[in-house]
Design a binder for this molecule. Structure first.
Ligand code: FES
Ligand code: FES
Length: 167
């Protein structure tokens, strides 16, 4: 039996009748038309589908759309303010963290949560924070550099250690 769900995504309310088995990632991509969130695996491993659900990062392939009824979701499309990129988006651009592009939205959404929890992470903490997000080409070097750069911008007044070299 189909169920009516209402999900606010990036500030816009979406309402649809859905099958209870519909995944949130399918809702976001196919019904809300926001294709920045990707499906990279069928095993909950890759993190390409990472979004914020009521302020917490989730792999949207592990959540049913009906579970998000009434919730606030933020996707990669919700980060930029007009033509102004979110500091993480700009840092990924500047530090060449944008590589294949497939995993990048999930990496940025996971990094946003990481920096909100820990504004001054060490390189090791960044790598641990991203362990749920896979880069198939193992191009983590510039992704870590990007997050280190964003951390400096996002907490400009914070006293911080010099970033550890990325190996
Ligand atoms: S598509 Fe969700 S973890 Fe891979
Ligand atoms: S940069 Fe996306 S999989 Fe490697």
């Amino acid at each position: 039996m189909r169920r009516r769900v209402a999900v606010t995504i990036n500030g816009t309310k979406h309402e649809h009748e859905v099958e209870p088995r519909l995944l949130l990632v399918q809702y976001i991509r196919e019904l809300a038309g926001l294709t920045g969130t990707h499906v990279g695996c069928d095993t909950s491993n890759c993190g390409a589908c990472t979004v914020e659900l009521d302020g917490h990062s989730v792999k949207s392939c592990t959540v049913f759309a009906v579970q998000a009824d009434g919730a606030q979701v933020t996707t990669i499309e919700g980060l930029a303010k007009g033509s102004t990129l979110h500091p993480l988006q700009k840092a990924f651009w500047d530090e060449h963290g944008l590589q294949c592009g497939f995993c990048t939205p999930g990496m940025i959404m996971a990094a946003k949560q990481l920096l909100e929890r820990n504004p001054n992470p060490t390189e090791q903490e960044i790598r641990m924070g991203l362990e749920g997000n896979l880069c198939r080409c193992t191009g983590y070097h510039n992704i870590v550099k990007s997050i280190q750069a964003a951390a400096k911008v996002m907490a400009p007044g914070a006293e911080r250690k010099a970033p550890a070299p990325v190996s």
